[in-house]
Design a protein around this ligand. Structure first.
Ligand code: ZN
Ligand code: ZN
Length: 539
């Protein structure tokens, strides 16, 4: 049994079953890297043994690695519920991989034979509908993998975690339980998703202007809550942001999002309504640069300009690492005249993960011989292990494993047995693993297409460019023979900044915009991609 970034392989002789294939967003020091995915080196020469790839739910940290991992492992058959497969389908389509993938839809309650294994899926509650946990019956015993879960008695889709199934598995005997550790630090119980509906109700009831709700594109149940509340208060709903539009479309088609005709309208029609009739759902609650909400906050969105009287609800709490970007967005939204409601002011988000009492309940219900905490930082795994020990599990039956650890089980024993390679694989654009380090990549860029530096001087008072940006290039084009191109590039750089409202002083955002605009322009004109540095000087 092996771990990666929310990926696990269960192996017995000639059969392997994989569970989830996640992705992690890069940390700051991994400059210029788009994504980080699990390292599957160990599996490369064993791809023919993979009987199936079981997916617990459609969140990025469980499916985001698939477009990069599937081709490396010869496209083993995927098994997931309808909504999960729908989300995977959208993703694979974006990567032009749909034709090669084998997508199999399963439902909670189904059971599958995969080589010597038998997999059973059971319903769990999480912040995305159609999540399942997995019971894998192996020749040495049954292992139960919870996936991400909470024990919500009033979930948005009305389908709580399947306690009966868990009790039944428990009665038959469970060798090992692998359980979600994400929220082990929180005492008590995680509040129900229902508390959000109550908050939305209060907010909608007390707001006269337009309402803009930002959340994760994959939080289909949150979108449902917005739609339900909007209908109650006679508002129409517009959807903004490409990934949100794709997911909403897919979820409606599959029946996971229930919206009567005429409630969701094209954004152009929405914007023509009176403010008190408008609700907009969008992406960007995490302050992601380039997301719809960041564009709105910077006065730079194609359709939606924030106006005084607007209320923006950030329906998610910042993931560690995103706090600064979220705070900057909130500040910018205020500058545009909006009122912003976020997690520190109102319960606008609840976690999708179980707190301590729920985690204890899970362990006591399943009564495994061995307990293995999964999902979370190392400290979360250790805390979860202590929790199991506090319930009476002997320390030697509780195993804290890190990425790459191999766990070996027999009917009567469990131990760590060595490690396999399971480090980071950096993904840049669409290629996989072709970059060892950031430095190498930058060097290659430089060697092939040279470098271009754009310097813009900005007036501190107005936030506006004080003139045409300066452009200096080396190794890209011979500047003297390409004066025209460089002049045009200066114009492009200036224009990219002028769409911003003048009172936003978000230079990080401005630099990104200038760089992206220049990159697109230069590629179109020269088919080359020089390394571009953008510099903002404040006077
Ligand atoms: Zn999740
Ligand atoms: Zn997760």
């Amino acid at each position: 049994m092996r771990f990666g970034k929310n990926m696990m392989a269960v192996e017995f002789q000639d059969d392997i079953v994989l569970i989830d294939g996640g992705l992690m967003f890069p940390e700051d020091e991994m400059l210029g890297i788009d994504l980080v995915i699990p390292d599957v080196t160990y599996l490369l020469d064993k791809a023919h043994k993979i009987r199936g790839w079981l997916i617990t739910h459609g969140h990025e940290d469980h499916v985001g690695g698939l477009p990069y991992l599937l081709p490396q492992l010869d496209f083993p058959p995927l098994y997931g519920t309808r909504l999960t497969q729908g989300l995977i389908q959208v993703k694979l389509d974006e990567h032009h991989l749909l034709a090669d993938a084998q997508l199999n839809v399963i439902q909670a309650g189904d059971s599958l034979n995969l080589g010597c294994f038998q997999a059973e899926f059971f319903r769990v509650c999480h912040s995305i509908p159609d999540s399942v946990g997995i019971a894998l019956h192996t020749p040495v015993g049954t292992i139960v993998h919870t996936g991400d879960f909470k024990l919500d008695h009033t979930p948005v889709d009305g389908k709580p975690t399947d306690y009966a199934k868990l009790a039944q598995l428990s009665a038959q005997g469970v060798l090992a339980l692998f359980s979600d550790s994400t929220r082990v630090e929180a005492p008590g119980y995680t509040p129900s998703e229902k508390t959000i509906s109550d908050t939305f109700d209060t907010v909608f009831n007390n707001t006269e202007g337009r309402l803009i709700v930002a959340t994760f594109a994959s939080l289909i149940s949150r979108v449902q809550q917005v739609v339900d509340t909007a209908m109650k208060y006679q508002r129409k709903v517009g959807v903004v942001g490409r990934s949100m539009l794709n997911n909403v479309h897919m979820a409606r088609e599959l029946g996971y999002l229930k919206v009567p005709e005429g409630v969701i309208l094209p954004i152009e029609e929405i914007l023509a309504l009176r403010p008190e009739q408008i609700a907009i759902v969008t992406t960007g609650a995490q302050g992601e640069p380039g997301s719809a909400l960041s564009r709105m906050a910077n006065g730079d969105h194609r359709f939606v300009s924030i106006v005084p009287g607007d209320t923006v609800v950030l329906s998610s709490s910042p993931i560690p690492g995103n706090e600064e970007a979220v705070a900057r967005n909130i500040g910018n939204l205020y500058r545009q005249g909006a009122k912003v409601l976020y997690h520190r002011l109102l319960p606008v988000h609840v976690s999708g993960h179980a707190s301590q009492e729920e985690l204890k309940f899970m362990i006591n219900l399943v009564k495994p011989k061995y307990f293995v905490p999964i999902h979370g930082e190392f400290q979360h795994l250790v805390l979860h292990a202590r929790l199991a020990e506090s319930l009476g599990w002997p320390a030697e039956d509780v195993i804290v494993a890190e990425d790459g650890d191999v766990l070996e089980f027999t009917q009567t024993s469990a131990r760590k047995n060595g490690k396999v390679q399971a480090g980071y694989v950096f993904v840049d654009g669409l290629g996989v693993g072709d970059i060892g380090t950031v430095v190498l990549r930058d060097r290659r860029h430089l060697a092939q297409d040279g470098i271009l530096v754009a310097v813009v001087t900005v007036d501190r008072q107005t936030g506006r460019a004080a003139g045409l940006p300066d452009i200096i290039s080396r190794g890209f084009v011979y500047q003297r023979d390409n004066e025209e191109l460089i002049e045009e590039a200066r114009q492009v750089a200036l224009e990219s900044l002028n769409h911003q409202k003048d009172h936003t002083a978000d230079y990080g955002y401005a630099k990104n915009k200038m760089r992206d605009a220049l990159s697109a322009f230069l590629y179109e004109r020269t088919k080359r991609r020089p390394m571009i540095l953008s510099v903002v000087v404040e006077v």
